[in-house]
Design a binder for this molecule. Structure first.
Ligand code: ADP
Ligand code: MG
Length: 295
């Protein structure tokens, strides 16, 4: 694979999905019924929606794992329909919900080396990237272990790290924090912030509302094969009717704020930090509303 394969076409958006339909051949299940989605470079986007609404199917279109039955998917200016997953891997990293669908090497370290080697990263740089990932994800103690011998939360981190070491300009996560403990959730949170600082485009499917409230700038809501809302997390989570319609629960901080602060007006709290500020302001008799905290 030549270096031009990963070159971003000038002026191209990160992701351009136009009127995408997807029908699974098995049972003719309609999973996407006409989806339009445009993602700019450097955007951090969350996708929420109840089970079966089409989130995973949509994200699998981004790296060409699935090709739309009709409509187009163009990523970094490259139409996925004429390209293999291997070719798209230089542009898009895809972290599976279940790491067992992804890991196959004999050791954690070998797993982390595989991706960058596969896209032609020089050996010296592979070493640096792997060392960096081992440190960032805290995998030093398990580097020599077989990926299937480590705990599920750590295995999931290995799955994430093995894609991150390819340093694609677009990263897709399907439910990254599902099945995670406090320690690994924090690492995933830190990773999202780091990716944001690096300007990586991130699409994160998640039910983890506090994670989304903390790191994403835009939330897309899916229901029954369609996108039904696309707005800031503050707008989406404060929309009680929308949340009820999709059987989703806003972050607890937002729910508490809606019950206690809304009559006073102003932007609604998304995070515990903002809620605390808001309560303090109220107690102090001030009517200042919280601003979104960017950390
Ligand atoms: N491999 C498959 N074969 C047939 N139907 C599938 C397959 N995968 C998903 N589906 C169906 O497609 C729809 C969307 O699924 P999915 O994209 O996995 O939703 P989500 O990720 O939002 O839970 C559901 O009705 C699901 O049952
Ligand atoms: Mg899914």
């Amino acid at each position: 694979m030549t270096s031009t394969d990963s070159t971003v076409e000038r002026g191209a958006r990160a992701i351009d999905v136009s009127d995408a339909h997807y029908v699974y051949p098995t049972g003719h299940v309609v999973a996407l019924g006409g989806v339009d989605l445009h993602v700019e470079h450097g955007e951090i986007l969350g996708i929420i929606g109840q089970n079966g609404s089409g989130k995973t199917t949509l994200t699998k279109l981004f790296n060409g794992l699935l090709k739309p039955t009709s409509g187009t998917v163009v990523v970094n200016g490259v139409d996925t329909s004429g390209h293999t997953v291997q070719q798209m891997a230089a542009h898009v990293g895809y972290v599976f919900q279940n790491p067992n669908h992804q890991l196959f090497a004999r050791s954690v370290e070998a797993e982390l080396e595989f991706g960058p080697r596969n896209i032609g990263v020089p050996e010296e740089e592979i070493k640096e990237r792997v060392a960096d990932a081992i440190e960032f994800f805290g995998l030093a103690d398990v580097a020599e272990e077989h990926p299937y011998r480590v705990s599920f939360p750590i295995r999931k981190l290995v799955g994430i790290a093995s894609i991150v070491t390819m340093r694609p300009s677009i990263l897709i996560f399907d439910e990254p924090s599902t099945g995670q403990d406090h320690h690994t959730t924090k690492i995933i949170n830190d990773l999202m912030r780091r990716l944001r600082e690096q300007g990586t485009t991130v699409v994160c499917v998640s039910h983890d509302m506090p994670l989304l409230a903390d790191v994403v700038e835009r939330v897309v809501v899916m229901k029954d094969t369609m996108i039904i809302a696309d707005a800031s997390p503050r707008e989406v989570f404060a929309d009680k009717a929308l949340m009820a319609r999709t059987n989703l629960q806003a972050p607890q901080s937002t729910e508490i704020a809606l019950k206690t602060v809304v009559p006073r007006g102003g932007p609604i709290a998304l995070t515990p930090h903002e809620l605390a500020d808001d309560i303090s302001a109220r107690l102090a008799g001030k009517a200042t509303a919280p601003q979104q905290t960017v950390r």
